[in-house]
Design a protein around this ligand. Structure first.
Ligand code: GDP
Ligand code: IMO
Ligand code: MG
Length: 428
């Protein structure tokens, strides 16, 4: 196996960071394909915590090629800060990190518009991370975006900033009642950022394809999750990019013909941050208990994550949309104290039982989950390193998910550390 996509199969925060870090050992190249610093991937190595937002989680291994692909939106200040934080922890990105010239830049007005439009929405707000992600992708699609390569074409860059800031100021002053932004100040700031990152920047599309042709093992890392995908998620309560498998091609420049395997990272239960439908959400003390046991607080914004039971309807949809061929299940240990555990395998809507995930917001917001009940195992499983060592009750829970999704496990994670993992099938 030469190419593998690792993506979030639920609503984000499934533990992609841990899985990518773990699998990076066998990969040569790790490419992030979409999103921006809205992502927060926590990796724990020997009790030391690393939080990555933009840089692929492969950076924590020595001598790997880490690439920020063309589908990512880059906030230079956040990137420079992340490089610095890693350096302070003894990880030097020099020589191991490459940034696409085609990636779009998050500009100061994008962040301002993200926050202002959210506050204007009131109860209908999406609950974005406020990192300017949506407005940056809007500019990209409207064909007025500014890209990393523009940082090094000073005259053209200045003209673009002038044009964009003039338009942004119309919105800032007339719609949001804010003070106008200073184009020249932004220009100078961004030129300085360009100088700091210039050694990392290259045409990653050619680079990735050359690496592929040389037989290097390439892992493509998604941010967010399938149900937050702009096309396939719970629109409009989604992020503004394609976190699903197709994004791995458009966001890297590697052809769909090259993708050999896709592993979906699923949490053993579900979480969601921000607004939007979440059929299996638990607003009672069980939800609270999952939040506390699973430390379910956002790595980017610190917000408490909404928690609920594993949702087979959403999971099957995710397997279909992505063509997932293995399950990377995380946080199974978090369920260990529970008396009973539930899995939703249908949605009751009016007089019907739905087995497919509906596109209509109005339907998905009004379904009642149908549950299968499972007896809890009530044993510490965090020391298990082999499937055989798991309690029978745990196996019954795992078997049900495997049978419903009709795909096998690649790995089962029982703790945040690298070694707290049951490896089931080799992915590379
Ligand atoms: P990501 O955005 O998908 O990378 O996920 P996050 O990093 O935002 O959230 C997952 C959290 O769960 C992180 O703090 C991980 O360290 C932690 N984690 C990952 N796998 C496990 C596991 O199997 N058990 C436990 N208890 N924690 C885990
Ligand atoms: P990782 O990669 C969970 C959510 C936000 C909000 C919606 C839109 O760590 O799994 P945005 O700022 O992207 O415009 O916000 O998407 N969201 C995430 N939720 N994990 C993430 O990333 C997320 N990135 C964005 O909470 O509901
Ligand atoms: Mg996260």
């Amino acid at each position: 196996m030469k190419t593998l996509v690792v993506l979030g199969a639920q609503w984000g925060d499934e533990g992609k960071g841990k899985v990518v870090d773990l699998l990076s050992e066998k990969a040569d190249v790790i490419v992030r394909y979409q999103g921006g610093s809205n992502a927060g991937h926590t990796v724990v190595i020997n009790d030391k915590k690393y939080v990555l937002h933009l840089i692929p989680s492969g950076i924590l291994h020595k001598n790997k090629i880490n690439i920020i692909g063309s589908g990512v939106v880059v906030e230079p200040e956040a990137l420079i800060q992340e490089i610095k934080e890693l350096k302070d922890k003894g990880i030097d990105c020099k020589g191991n990190l490459y940034i696409s010239k085609r990636a779009h830049l998050i500009m100061p007005y994008h962040k301002i518009f993200d926050k202002e439009s959210e506050s204007k929405k009131g109860l209908k707000k999406i609950g974005t991370t406020g990192r300017g992600i949506g407005p940056t992708y809007v500019d990209k699609v409207a064909r007025v975006g500014i890209r990393v390569c523009d940082l090094f074409e000073e005259e053209a860059f200045f003209r673009k900033i002038q044009e964009n800031v003039a338009e942004a100021n119309e919105i800032a002053t007339k719609i949001f009642g804010l003070k106008p932004l200073d184009a020249e100040k932004i220009y100078n700031e961004y030129l300085d950022y360009g100088q700091v990152i210039k050694d990392f920047v290259c045409d990653t599309s050619y680079f990735i394809n050359e690496l592929w042709a040389k037989g290097k093992k390439i892992m493509m890392e998604g941010a967010q999750g399938t149900m937050l995908d702009v096309d396939h998620g719970t629109y409009p309560y989604v992020t503004s990019s394609n976190s699903t498998a197709g994004g791995a091609c458009t966001g890297t420049g590697l052809s769909p013909k090259r993708i050999e395997s896709i592993t979906g990272v699923f949490k053993a239960y579900c979480t969601r941050v921000g607004s939007g439908p979440f059929p299996t959400e638990l607003t009672d003390e069980t939800g609270e208990m999952l939040r506390n046991r699973g430390s379910e607080f956002g790595a980017t914004t610190g917000r408490p994550r909404r928690c609920g039971w594993f949702d087979v309807v959403a999971a099957k949809y995710s397997v279909m949309i992505n063509g997932i061929d293995s399950i990377s299940l995380t946080k199974l240990d978090v369920l260990s104290d529970l008396e009973d555990i539930y899995i939703c395998d249908g949605y009751k809507y009016k007089n019907d039982i739905l087995k497919t995930f509906p596109p209509e917001l109005n339907i998905i917001e009004n379904v009642t989950p149908v549950y299968k009940q499972f007896k809890g195992w009530k044993k510490d499983i965090s020391q298990c390193r082999n499937y055989r060592e798991l309690p029978d009750e745990t196996k019954r829970y795992l078997d049900f998910i495997r049978n419903e999704l009709s795909i096998d496990y690649a790995l089962i994670s029982v703790g945040s550390e690298r070694n707290e993992t049951i490896m089931m099938n080799s992915l590379f």
